[in-house]
Design a protein around this ligand. Structure first.
Ligand code: GDP
Ligand code: MG
Length: 303
């Protein structure tokens, strides 16, 4: 008889490689928000995938990145620390990178710190090259896999598409092999450690990322002020915090058009998550310099 395996795997990689997309696909449910912009994910999110004879606990981290230029803020420092911390208490690491679309592949230099950390952590790891659906030339894949296998002793290297699901079953099998023998870490019915209330706030923040431009997405935090479950629906009040009056004007939009659009899109997403109708009331409030101030970050739940 084979014994049960259970363990925690951190998904790490540069911003925008598809970590949250992969987590959502693996769980068959959207718990991590996704946008085409880097640094959409701000907090560590834990997801539980139950397999036959194993429990795979996945941690979606904010992207590993070096703070630079305008990002040199308290928020940035927090995100780097958070990503590195996610490394410490895991059984294995899944490194996600993008599959090449051009010849002459080189591992992006920005991965140096990640590879160093990986070697130092001495954790078993798997590399997945994501977005193979975009790669028109499949022959470009081999040199990339070769480069990665020379850079670190990965237990396996798997090309995948988190968007379409290609290669994902194989990836799960490779990760399963790295899990230690042991009992389930979480109850079988649990999908995430994040409360629905927190997820609802993230769904609002996701729409801000999708619908606004330039510095606005990064100037925003969302708090859920009230979350009332009634017999047939849920009533949610949430506040979108911004740093400046000018940002508030953009978020509210002409005659409230923008905040209404954010609200109606987020309402549909939250309804999908909760499986019932949702009434969502959004407020926009100026909280000067919240992203610069570590204490304000803690107050907003970013610790
Ligand atoms: P994260 O920052 O690593 O969490 O990346 P996200 O999951 O937020 O994804 C960043 C962007 O890449 C989004 O626009 C996704 O839709 C897109 N993306 C993720 N996986 C794939 C994939 O397999 N193929 C393609 N074409 N796009 C993907
Ligand atoms: Mg993400």
């Amino acid at each position: 008889m084979t014994s049960f395996r259970a363990g925690v795997v951190a998904i790490v990689g540069l911003p925008n490689v598809g970590k949250s997309t992969l987590l959502n696909l693996l769980l068959g449910q959207k718990i991590a928000i996704v946008s085409a912009r880097p640094q959409t994910t701000r907090n560590r999110i834990l997801g539980v995938k139950n397999l036959d004879g194993a429990q795979l606990v996945l941690i979606d981290t904010p992207g590993l990145h070096r703070p630079s230029g305008k990002g040199r803020s308290e928020l940035n420092r927090y995100m780097v620390e958070e990503a590195l911390r996610a490394f410490q208490d895991v059984d294995a690491v899944l490194v996600l990178a993008e599959a090449p679309t051009e010849p002459d592949y080189k591992i992006p230099p920005s991965h140096a710190a990640l590879l160093d950390a990986l070697a130092a952590a001495k954790k078993p790891s798997v590399l997945a090259l994501n977005k193979i659906d975009r790669a028109r030339r499949k022959d470009l894949l081999l040199p990339a896999l070769d480069a990665w296998s020379r850079a670190h002793a990965f237990a396996a290297l798997v090309p995948i598409s988190a968007l379409r699901g290609d290669g994902v079953d194989q990836l799960v099998e490779e990760l399963r092999k790295l899990l230690p023998e042991g009992e389930r870490l979480f109850p079988e019915e649990m999908v995430t450690d994040r409360a629905e209330r927190w997820l609802a706030g993230e769904m609002v923040r996701e729409q801000v990322f999708i619908l606004t431009r330039e510095e606005i997405p990064y100037a925003v935090a969302v708090t859920v002020d009230s979350f009332k479950e009634r017999a047939k629906d849920v009533v949610i009040d949430a506040t979108i915090h911004v740093e400046k009056e000018a940002q508030k004007r953009i978020l509210v939009g002409e005659r409230g058009k923008m905040v209404r659009e954010i609200g109606s899109r987020a309402r549909r997403e939250i309804g999908g998550l909760l499986g019932c109708p949702v009434h969502l009331k959004l407020f926009v409030r100026v909280d000067e310099g919240w992203s610069q101030d570590a204490r304000a970050l803690r107050d907003l739940g970013y610790e």
